[in-house]
Design a protein around this ligand. Sequence first.
Ligand code: MG
Ligand code: FE
Length: 172
Amino acid sequence: MTARDNVISWLRDAYAMEMHAVEMLKRQSERLKHYPEFEARVKQHVGESEGQADVLRTCLQSLGTDVSRIKAGAGWLGGNLQAIFGSVAGAMAGDEVVKGAMVGYAFEHFEIASYRTLIAGAEECGLAEVKEACTKILREEEAMQQWLAEHLPSITVQFLKRTELAPEKANR
Ligand code: MG
Ligand code: FE
């Protein structure tokens, strides 16, 4: 496997990761009507993630890769995403708003790691367009990670207050 093949493989993983992210964020946004600020930020990131998937698809196609068979959450990355994030997201515990925020925060770090890897790989292989695309995407992931870091405490407190007022409705 050449260096370039490796980078293409990581790009495919990132594309599968973004399609998975879109599904995950959409599901999350549907459960946040009592957390309007959080809901708005998640919806914004759905749009950003769809744009990221488009950009990655264009990169892959320009490198001669067929993207039609790449599925959301597929590949090496997908298996790990399921193992790390799937069980929490599917748990539907009463505190899913808080757990979802924690998962989102961890997920953004996973994405940041992916794009830092891709940027270094693209640089090494002289793939300037891939490097530029991944650098733009990285900024969006860092902004989302930063937003979650800043808002996790207030989301937690809001959830706890709602739990005390109406335990059965805290989440919805
Ligand atoms: Mg993303
Ligand atoms: Fe993201």
